[in-house]
Write a protein of this length. Structure first.
Length: 347
């Protein structure tokens, strides 16, 4: 090993934030000098893969079929005092795969800290600075996040009981990887790694299917009142393929009825409900059977079992005539208007 390579090795060892990291660096250098660098890399990758499989019950891959990477870049780790504690400056501290259940980080500065794969059940992050803090594959069940800025923290495959937004899988960073860097696209400019399903846009990795500022293409922002669904800006109040929410498709038609994405008044609560609404043709109702198959197949004009409405049974000697149960001498001459809309309930 020449002097220049020796100096680089010393510098790398000095930057190593952990004994394990220093040992990994030293081992790689020794094996590399012996021409075994590729073998060392393959062995390390195999161990990381095996570890991932054990944690995920044998799957070893994320929801998009890519191998997970848990190795933490040494340059991302702080070489300061990273012992957990409230009110401390723990910026860029690495706690990967550590058991930190019940630990207090109240009011701590955890900007850029890495908790990938860590056990953080019942931990306290109250009022902590969580700017770009990495919680990939961590377990934060029961943890407190009161007054903490979680908006820029990266939650991905994170076990949680607080309803945290786990949508960070498509927005990895060099220090918080959620997919294999060899598979993901390096986003030029900020060095983020765009995983499958995300694209590299000027403002970072974005999912063009749902990002309202980059819908279908980078920079294509949806206008007021529109939502990005499947890469298109749509109005959830009227769109038949995305009615009230993305992917809620209304049937294009029903027998003896019309369908639209709209609203109707709940007869029990009096409140207006939105969704896929069907309107029966005049003097017809849906009284039984699968709505999507039979539609409004019940005629209510002269039907003794459904006279003017479902279940309106005419008792003898009354019979149904023009939507009303009457004695023969009282028969009405016509049916009153009876058309009304009903909400198609989700199954």
């Amino acid at each position: 090993m020449d002097a220049e390579r020796f100096d680089r090795l010393v510098e790398s060892l000095t930057r190593s934030g952990t004994r394990r990291g220093a040992l990994r660096t030293l081992t790689g250098a020794i094996l590399g000098a012996a021409g075994l660098g590729a073998l060392a890399g393959a062995d390390a990758a195999g161990k990381a893969k095996g570890k991932s499989r054990r944690r995920e019950g044998g799957k070893g891959k994320n929801g998009k079929g890519q191998s997970r990477v848990r190795a933490q870049a040494v340059s991302c780790c702080s070489d300061g005092n990273c012992k957990p504690g409230a009110g401390k400056n723990l910026s860029k501290c690495c706690y990967e795969s550590q058991n930190l259940a019940g630990k207090s980080f109240k009011g701590a500065n955890l900007s850029g800290a890495n908790f990938s794969g860590a056990i953080l059940t019942n931990a306290n992050f109250t009022s902590a600075n969580l700017d770009k803090t990495c919680f990939v594959d961590a377990d934060v069940t029961g943890a407190k996040f009161t007054s903490a800025n979680t908006a820029t923290a990266i939650f991905c495959r994170t076990q949680t009981s607080q309803g945290l937004n786990n949508s960070g899988c498509g927005n990895a960073t060099a220090c918080c990887e959620t997919c294999n860097r060899d598979i993901g696209e390096i986003c030029t400019g900020n060095g983020d790694v765009c995983c499958a399903g995300a694209e590299c846009c000027p403002d970072g990795c974005r999912d063009l299917n749902v990002d309202e500022n980059n819908c279908g293409a980078c920079g294509n922002a949806c206008g007021a009142g529109l939502t990005c669904c499947g890469g298109e800006c749509v109005d959830l109040l009227t769109d038949m393929d995305n009615c009230t929410e993305c992917g809620n498709v209304c049937p294009t038609s029903l027998p003896f009825a019309t369908v639209e994405c709209g609203s109707e008044v709940n007869q029990q609560t009096g409140e207006i409900e939105r969704g896929c609404v069907y309107t029966c043709d005049d003097f017809r109702r849906h009284c039984s059977g699968d709505l999507l198959e039979v539609g409004c197949n019940t005629v209510i004009v002269n039907n003794d079992l459904h006279c003017g409405g479902c279940g309106e049974d005419c008792v003898s000697p009354r019979t149904c005539k023009n939507c009303q149960c009457k004695l023969p001498a009282e028969m009405p001459t016509s049916c009153p208007p009876l058309t009304s809309a009903r909400l198609i309930r989700r199954r």
